[in-house]
Ligand binder design. Structure first.
Ligand code: UDX
Length: 460
C-alpha cells in the first residue's frame, strides 16, 4: 500500500512525491532541501529512497497509491479569488489513472465546494462513481515549524462524506492519534504545549474546507485586533505588552497570535483572507470584517514608516541597518513579507540600506533594488547607520550584544517593528528606542551626577 503525501513517510507509510518541476525533483533526489525548514533535512535523509521516492509520473503514483493528496498551489487571481486551475488539472490527470478504490484528498487551501468540483471533474473524465471519494484534510502547519506542527498538531481535521474515506484517513493518522509515534525513540522531539495524542475531528468535506479558511481568518483577525489596540496604546501612553498579558491570560482569548508588529505577511494569511472574502461574497454574504482586518494590516506598515520619519525627520540619504527580510522568523520565505514591502518603500524614499537576514538574503536579492547591501551579521548592518530597524522576529535578533550594537551605530536609534526588547533596558544601554504600542524611550541621562529614569516620548 502506498500513500502519497508530505511528512507522512515518518509515520511509516510509503510515499511517492510527484511534481512536474524537474529541477525540484532532482534536488530532492540528491538530498537537497529547497526550503529552510527545521527537521526536514534529517527526515529526508532518514527516508529518501526508502519510504519516500520522487517521481514525475503521476499515472504510476496514482495506480500505486490508495490515498492521493493534492497539494498544488492555489494562488490569488486579480479579483482575490483562489485560482483553482492547478487543482482542476491535477484532478483531471488523476481520473485517467484510477484503477481501484482511491481517496483523493485536498490538502491545498481551497474554497468551500472545491471537493464537490473535484468529484464532478473526475466523474466527467469517466471514472466510476464508486471507484473514488474526495475528502478534505486541511493543513494548519506554519512555515519554519512545519514538521513539528504536522507531527504534534492541536487537532487533525478530516472532512469526509463517506465512512470508507473517513476510515482511510483515520488509518493514515493512526500513529499520531493512537500515540504510538510518540513512543518511538527516533520521534522528532515534542514542542512546548504539544497535545499528545492529538484529537481527530471528522466533519463533512464542506465544513473542513470552511475550517481552514475560518482558522486563518481568525488568526489574522487576532493580529489586526492587537495591532489596532497597539495604536490606541501609543496615543494614550499605555503599554500593549501589559494589555496583551491582561487579555491573553483570559483562557477564552489565549496569549498566542497577540504579538503586535508590522502586520502579518506570508503565503497564507493575505491570500486566504482575500479568497475567504471572495467565496463569502459568492455565497451571498458580505464579510466586511475581513476588509477591516486587511485594512488594519496595511495601515500597520504605514504607521511604522511614520515612526521611522519621526525618529529621523527626513529620509533621503539616511543610512539604515535592517534586521530581517523574511515574512517571519525561522523561514527563508519572503512572499508578502512586510519587511520587504517596508524596505522597498524606504529605498524609494532615498534611504541607503544594509540588511541582514539569517536565511532570506538570497531570495531577497532577486526582488530588491541592486543598490541594497546584504551583510553577514546584525552588527555589520548597524555599522555607521543612522538607525537600526528590526523587521523580522528571528530569535537571534532578540539576543544581541547591546553594547557592541551601540558602538556600531552612528546614532544609537533602534526602531523595533517586532517588540523584541524592553524599552527601559534599551534606554539603559543608551538607545533611543521606538517599538509598537509602547512609549518610545530615550537614553538615561545624568543630571548633577544622578541618573534619571528613561524619558519617554509619548507620541511616536
Ligand atoms: C499560517 C497559519 O498560522 C497556519 O496555521 C497555516 O497553515 C498557514 O498560515 P504561516 O504563514 O507559516 O502560518 O505563519 P504564521 O506563524 O501564522 O505567521 C503569519 C504572519 O503573522 C507572519 O508575518 C508573522 O510575523 C505574523 N504574526 C504572527 C504577527 O504579526 N503576530 C503574531 O502574534 C503572530
Amino acid at each position: 500500500m502506498r500513500w502519497w503525501v508530505r511528512v507522512t513517510w515518518d509515520l511509516g507509510h510509503d510515499v511517492i512525491l510527484v511534481d512536474n518541476d524537474q529541477a525540484k525533483l532532482n534536488a530532492l533526489k540528491t538530498g537537497d532541501v529547497p526550503i529552510h525548514e527545521k527537521f526536514l533535512p534529517e527526515l529526508l535523509l532518514r527516508h529518501r529512497d526508502r519510504k519516500l521516492t520522487f517521481s514525475d509520473d503521476l499515472n504510476h503514483a496514482v495506480r500505486a497509491s490508495k490515498a492521493i493528496f493534492i497539494a498544488v498551489g492555489t494562488p490569488p487571481t486579480e479579483q482575490g479569488e483562489a485560482d483553482l486551475s492547478y487543482v482542476e488539472s491535477v484532478a483531471r490527470s488523476i481520473s485517467g489513472a484510477i484503477n481501484g478504490y482511491k481517496v483523493i484528498i485536498e490538502k491545498s487551501t481551497v474554497p468551500v465546494y472545491t471537493s464537490d468540483w473535484v468529484r464532478k471533474i473526475i466523474l466527467r473524465n469517466a471514472a466510476a462513481p464508486d471507484s473514488f471519494d474526495v475528502a478534505s484534510n486541511p493543513e494548519f502547519l506554519r512555515e519554519g515549524t512545519a514538521v513539528t506542527d504536522f507531527l504534534y498538531p492541536d487537532r487533525i481535521v478530516v472532512g469526509a462524506d463517506s465512512g470508507r474515506s473517513a476510515s482511510v484517513l483515520s488509518q493514515i493518522y493512526a500513529p499520531l492519534t493512537d500515540g504510538s509515534y510518540y513512543q518511538r525513540n527516533d520521534a522528532i522531539p515534542a514542542p512546548d504545549r504539544a497535545h499528545i495524542p492529538p484529537q481527530l475531528i471528522v466533519t463533512s468535506a464542506k465544513s473542513a474546507e470552511l475550517i481552514k479558511h475560518a482558522s486563518n481568518a481568525f488568526l489574522a483577525m487576532k493580529i489586526s485586533f492587537i495591532n489596532a489596540v497597539a495604536s490606541i496604546c501609543e496615543s494614550v501612553g499605555a503599554n500593549v505588552q501589559q494589555v496583551c498579558q491582561g487579555i491573553g491570560t483570559d483562557s477564552r482569548i489565549g496569549p498566542r497570535f497577540l504579538n503586535p508588529g508590522i502586520g502579518y505577511g506570508g503565503s497564507c494569511f493575505p491570500k486566504d483572507l482575500m479568497a475567504f472574502r471572495a467565496v463569502a461574497r459568492e455565497c451571498g454574504y458580505e464579510f466586511r470584517l475581513l476588509d477591516e482586518v486587511m485594512r488594519i494590516n496595511e495601515e500597520q506598515r504605514q504607521r511604522f514608516l511614520r515612526k521611522v520619519r519621526t525618529a529621523l525627520w527626513t529620509l533621503r540619504g539616511k543610512r539604515l541597518g535592517v534586521l530581517g527580510l523574511a515574512f517571519k522568523g525561522g523561514t527563508d520565505d519572503i512572499r508578502e513579507s512586510p519587511a520587504i514591502l517596508l524596505v522597498q518603500a524606504l529605498l524609494q524614499e532615498g534611504c541607503q540600506i544594509a540588511a541582514y537576514d539569517p536565511a532570506a538574503a538570497e531570495r531577497s536579492r532577486a526582488v530588491l533594488n541592486s543598490s541594497m547591501e546584504f551583510v553577514n551579521s546584525p552588527y555589520e548592518a548597524a555599522n555607521g547607520a543612522d538607525a537600526l530597524l528590526i523587521l523580522t522576529e528571528w530569535e537571534e535578533f532578540a539576543a544581541l550584544d547591546l553594547d557592541r550594537l551601540h558602538k556600531q551605530l552612528k546614532y544609537p536609534i533602534v526602531i523595533d517593528g517586532r517588540n523584541l526588547y524592553d524599552p527601559d533596558v534599551m534606554a539603559g544601554h543608551g538607545f533611543t528606542y521606538y517599538s509598537i504600542g509602547r512609549e518610545a524611550a530615550m537614553p538615561l541621562t545624568t543630571v548633577n551626577g544622578a541618573v534619571t529614569p528613561a524619558r519617554k516620548i509619548r507620541k511616536s
